[in-house]
Design a protein around this ligand. Structure first.
Ligand code: NAD
Length: 297
């Protein structure tokens, strides 16, 4: 069985690393937060005191970090610190599962290619519940050979593993998906709030729309109205998937639209609404808390 180094044990990375342990892999973990390391150590992982220690003897490196600057800093180095690529063994497979910008993907993939390493951008969809259940969707960018090597490992953490195309293609797929997610989360919130303002029970309204043409993922599995189901909304909007991360993803979509000349009027509006939510100090709340913007004036 392979040895996997896993860097970034947050809301997503923690349960993903736990599923690799359950599948029988040896997992060497690193995070900046000691509590996150301890949680994985309790489940059987070896806790490393640095990323370099985590990759010692590893066949595969998986990273699950907040944004492009963290991924570039890890693999390529920053502030005079050497990057992790200087410490990995020849033949190591590099899998970055973070949601990041295409430019960083190309930089890391290029640096990997220079030293003969296979690398995939492999962002995920499904949220914390799917990370825990091992049912994530992976969208991969990179060579067909690298994809074949990665597939069995990703299958321990996800149910559907897609090869979207070359380096960066996984991130484009993820960006499109999350823009759509933000739009239907906002739409679902508006509809539920307006119905409640008219005196409807949000549980009954949700049931009606789930059996009508308004049905969507946010309504079905991640209802933003408190008390309708066991979702972050019913737990005081504890994340889950933070407003800050959704705002980052929408920023990536807006930047991409500028570069490619794509028209995304709803994506731009969604980005502005998530920025408004950040501006009131709610960046660390779950992204379904966007419903709170729709209180009647
Ligand atoms: P998070 O903030 O909960 O976790 C990130 C972790 O990375 C933290 O534990 C942090 O300490 C660690 N970290 C940061 N810099 C580090 C470094 N240099 N070395 C080691 N550890 C470092 O974020 P998350 O919700 O787990 O999201 C991770 C990525 O997955 C993001 O790119 C996000 O957009 C994406 N994503 C999240 C969800 C979700 O529902 N939360 C769903 C799909 C994709």
């Amino acid at each position: 069985m392979k040895t996997i180094a896993f860097i970034g044990l947050g809301n997503m990375g923690g349960p993903m690393a736990a599923n690799l342990l359950k599948a029988g892999y040896t997992v060497q973990v690193f995070d900046l937060v000691p509590e996150a390391l301890q949680t994985l150590q309790d489940q059987g992982a070896s806790a490393a005191s640095s990323p370099e220690q985590a990759v010692a003897g590893a066949d595969v490196v998986i990273s699950m970090l907040p944004a492009g600057k963290h991924v570039a800093g890890l693999y390529l180095g920053n502030g005079g610190q050497p990057g992790l690529l200087e410490s990995v063994a020849p033949g190591t497979l590099i899998l970055d599962c973070s949601t990041i910008d295409g430019e960083t993907v190309q930089q890391v993939a290029g640096a990997c290619a220079e030293i003969g390493l296979d690398m995939l951008d492999a962002p995920v969809s499904g949220g914390v519940a799917a990370a825990q259940a091992g049912t994530l969707t992976f969208m991969c960018g990179g060579s067909a050979d690298a994809f074949l090597r990665a597939e069995p490992i990703l299958s321990a953490m996800g149910k559907r593993i897609f090869h979207a195309g070359n380096h960066g293609a996984g991130q484009v797929a993820k960006m499109c998906n999350n823009m759509l997610l933000a739009i239907h989360m906002i739409g679902t919130s508006e509809a539920l709030k307006m119905g409640a303002n008219c005196g409807l029970d949000p549980k009954i309204l949700s049931e009606i729309m789930l059996n009508s043409s308004g049905r969507n993922w946010s309504l079905e599995l991640y209802n933003p109205f408190p008390g309708v189901m066991d979702s972050p909304a019913s737990r005081g909007y504890a994340p889950g998937f933070m407003v800050d991360l959704m705002a980052k993803d929408l920023g990536l979509a807006v930047d991409n639209a500028k570069t490619t000349g794509s028209r995304i009027p709803l994506g731009e509006l969604a980005a502005a609404l998530y920025q408004e939510k950040q501006a009131v100090g709610d960046g660390r709340k779950d992204f379904s808390s966007i419903l709170e913007l729709f209180e009647p004036a």
